[in-house]
Design a protein. Structure first.
Length: 553
């Protein structure tokens, strides 16, 4: 409507100087302006209102005559007044320079007659004579109070959501630390016992304990991953992987559950599928385990079958399809439509019996999409289900060997050169177990309980490397690292953060403070050795425990 008014007004002002035509044009202008819901106004080159339409009474609570007599300070709030005066100055400058003066479009805050203020949107344009003289400024003002209130509500809701997300992130970080630290002690203690002489039964039981610990670690990671995925902060790795190893690992993790329920579990790779790929093995395993674990949980008899096949994609041969078919209870059409949403579970007795958070399928969907794929389900109630996801996994270079996940106790790597390591950890159990693991590797270890003690020890003793927990009393690892780096003598000292936080921004803060590397709790023996190798490549060469022995520290 406003654009129609302005277009009409422009046409009227562009008419000839014939007095009769001008009189008719003015009558048409008044008729159009008087009937408009928006306020139409004209202003002389001196800034005096010469016409204000009747709509101003509804908008501001003043008559047109009163509006024309009010000063700019009585009309506009200070900030809006300054914006208008700035526009008038631009118009004056343009006219003096013989240029076309600019139009105005913006939000201005007006005063009402009762002293309250409200927001409007104002459109204004200068009316020029044929000789380039400014005749007047023509404008239209519209009340946008409701729009501004809506925008303010959205802004407040966004701020509340951001505060809520920040509180959730802080809570998850705290819970992560409280769970991951004792979990680290459990897994590390298990590895220490596995490195000793054991009976076959003892070793089997401890391996099961280790697998269960890894599974619990995966659940903790799921909770953190949900937050990362919601914020778009989960970063995929691009490393060599073997699909066979992924299937083997998933099978190992669900084998006991299948045996207890009498389920037949199988995994098949279709002929012609290349298993040597590049991608994130951990996330691929996580996505597949979520589907397989769900199938095992809700299948009481029959089988769970995994099939891996190729499918069409952007690059031939790179896209794989993983299907998990079960003989469970099946899903209703209503549940199929929302089963990949977060916290969704079937509302039936079986679901209540088995429990669960309802996060697994939602995380699987997000991970598949992150790997340029998708998810879906085919199911009928009483006839089982087939869940599937696709992922884009580039082929790995030929002949590239994939890393092995577990190292047998007989060939647990040890350092071929003794190192002097400072271990900084406030948790007594974690500190004791890590000290034993480092000693098993052949390192000489000093310990500190907090960052303040660590700073003192580093200043007094030359160390090859520092393992620094980040969250400690008295002085945290981040602050201790910053203090250590202030001493020029310690600029090249490798500092490896031990962290229970799972967020990328945490790691960025660590690196900014001067940390060289990090280990995410709970980590395993092989991860510890790998960190030593990464940070001291010229000093650290590992050898198997059975092949050679490190020098005595």
């Amino acid at each position: 409507m406003r654009h129609l008014i302005l277009k009409t007004l422009r046409r009227l002002f562009a008419s000839t100087h014939d007095e009769e035509q001008l009189r008719v044009s003015e009558q048409r202008l008044r008729l159009l302006a008087d009937s408009a819901r928006d306020v139409v106004w004209t202003m002389s080159p001196l800034g005096v209102l010469t016409y204000v339409s009747p709509a101003v009474e509804v908008l501001r609570g003043v008559t047109p005559e009163q509006a024309k007599l009010q000063s700019i300070d009585e009309t506009l709030t200070p900030e809006s007044r300054d914006a208008v005066l700035h526009y008038f100055a631009e118009v004056g400058t343009a006219v003096q320079q013989g240029k076309a003066p600019p139009q105005f479009r913006g939000d201005l805050e007006y005063w009402r007659n009762d002293g309250s203020c409200f927001w409007t949107e104002v459109l204004a344009f200068p009316v020029m004579s044929a000789s380039g003289v400014l005749l007047e400024i023509l404008g239209v003002t519209r009340d946008i109070s409701q729009r501004r209130q809506y925008e303010d509500s959205l802004r407040e809701a966004r701020q509340m959501a951001e505060k809520s997300n920040a509180a959730k992130t802080e809570f998850l970080a705290h819970i992560s630390h409280e769970i991951r630290t004792p979990m680290s002690a459990i897994l590390a203690s298990t590895e220490l016992v596995l490195s000793t002489s054991l009976t076959a039964q003892q070793r089997t039981l401890l391996q099961k304990s280790k697998s269960a610990g890894r599974l619990l670690r995966g659940i903790i990671n799921d909770i953190l991953d949900l937050s990362k995925l919601e914020h778009g902060k989960l970063v995929l790795q691009h490393a060599p992987l073997d699909v066979n190893e992924v299937l083997q690992q998933v099978g190992d993790l669900v084998s006991d559950s299948c045996a207890r329920k009498g389920l037949h579990y199988s995994a098949v790779i279709a002929p012609g599928v290349v298993t040597q790929r590049r991608g994130d093995a951990q996330r691929l395993t996580q996505a597949l385990l979520n589907l397989v674990g769900n199938a095992v949980k809700f299948t009481e008899r029959g089988h769970v079958r995994v099939t891996v096949s190729g499918c069409e994609g952007d690059v031939p041969g790179e896209r794989l399809r993983f299907e998990v078919q079960d003989t469970g209870a099946g899903l209703s059409p209503e549940l199929q439509a929302k089963v990949f949403e977060g916290f969704v579970q079937g509302d039936n007795e079986q679901t209540r019996f088995h429990g669960g958070t309802g996060l697994g399928l939602s995380i699987c969907k997000s991970l598949a999409q992150l790997m340029s794929g998708d998810v879906g389900v085919l199911s009928q109630e009483g006839e089982g289900s087939t869940f599937w996801f696709t992922v884009q996994l580039p082929l790995a270079p030929e002949g590239l060997r994939m890393p092995s996940e577990d190292v047998p106790a007989a060939v647990m790597p040890r350092l071929a050169q003794a190192l002097h390591v400072l271990l900084v950890e406030d948790n007594v159990s974690m500190r004791d177990v890590l000290q034993q693991l480092l000693a098993l590797a052949g390192a000489r270890v000093d310990t500190a309980e907090n960052g303040a003690e660590a700073v003192q020890r580093v200043n007094a003793t030359p160390y090859d490397l520092v393992l620094m927990d980040m969250q400690m009393p008295v002085l945290g690892g981040l602050e201790a690292t910053q203090i250590i780096r202030q001493n020029s003598a310690h600029q090249d000292l490798p500092i490896v953060a031990l962290t229970a936080g799972g967020f990328n921004e945490d790691r960025e803060r660590f690196f900014a403070a001067g940390v060289n590397d990090y280990l995410m709790k709970p980590f395993e023996y092989k991860d510890l050795i790998a960190a030593l190798e990464r940070n001291l490549p010229s000093r650290v060469v590992t050898c198997s425990a059975g092949a050679s022995h490190p020098p005595t520290p």
